[in-house]
Unconditional design. Sequence first.
Length: 456
Amino acid sequence: MRTRVLIVLTIFSLLAVAGLVLPLLATTSQTRTQALLLSRVATLDRLAALAREVKDAGDLATVQAEADRVTELYGEDLLLVGASGHPLVSTGSLDLDDPGVRETLASASRNLAQTSLDPVRPWSDPHHLLARPVGTPHELAGAVVLRVDAGRAISGVRRDWALIVTGAIAAELLLLELAILLTRWVVRPVRRLEEAVVGLAETPTAGPAVMLSGPPELRHLTRSFADMAATVTRSLEMQRRMVADSSHQLRNPLAAVRLRLDALASELRDPSSPRFAGIQQDLDRLEALLNDLLRLAEAESRRPDAVAGQSVVSEVLPGEVGAWRLLAAENGVDLSAEIAAVPPVAISEIDLRQIVGALVDNAIKYAGYGARVTVRIVESDGVRLSVVDDGPGLPEEQRELASQRFWRADQHQSSRGSGLGLAIVDQLVSAVGGTLTIEPVTPHGLAVHVDLRTAT
């Protein structure tokens, strides 16, 4: 956004400077041209009048002396021709054979004075011809031709233009600096607000710190967002605390029920009766649900910048996979591991074990009897931990819901578990800047990938 705003302001400033500079350049050029033209036309008028006065006397010495003074003053050549077209007075090297002289004289012989110059530019030709008829319109006695040297005027125009362009560049740089400061003043609060929004989305339990700056409208928007973010953070924190406190409060009564149930088993005639076994299974599920709720609440309360620790996946994985092999065998699942040498990852060993355990547990439960489950690690823009099975898998619409809390596929409603396993994994992985991805396997099956950053 800052770049786009700066580009627009720069274009406007360039147009504004150009709108001032171009007319100023043209005015400077015209002023120099007019000054040059006025002085030379006045000289031609004086010489033409003098030539007309001495025409009858036939004394051209006075005209020659005046022409010499003009050449000495301006360094420009002059030619006076009579009515017959023959030169009468000349200075310098100007003669009838020079380019343009005959055409200029032809125009003057028709009583057409050549007393105009194109505007002088830095790249203009320095030599121009001016002519004035001698005599009256009814009785022409000749013409005066002056070869004007515009070199000094061109040098003056160059100096003027250089000063104007230098001033324009300085003004544009100043305007550009002002545009940068203005853009920064306007865009900085927007960028901070964007960072705060992203931070709130990534870690909703940590209220973003937003500085009030910029235009009044943006300050009002920032203040409103800060109030909204604080409300959202408080609401989520209260929800997390309620879940955690409720889970803690329920653990003591559940522990008491467990003790009473264990004591009751010794007094029953048939402790293995289906009803008693069902009560024990329901109690087991309730305890597992409370434990998962506590883990989820703890994972959601973490902030990315507060998580520390690292672990070596290739050292943790063998023990974790080995711990699940007995359960896998009881469910008819072939559990194996493909372990490669990878760098340490930025996650604590406790969290890594919990992630591996949750993923392997899910694969064993849902892959089905006779399935193969493979746990592998590879180095790919970090470290990728994958749990792949060749079970029935999940359709696309269910894969998008798999990491939501308490979600379970319709075909797995009767399976053990609370539906919080992948939700806990997702929170633990997100807390360390990683990602959780669920993909299908060809021809059938499911692959759950966890991408972790390498430790620095």
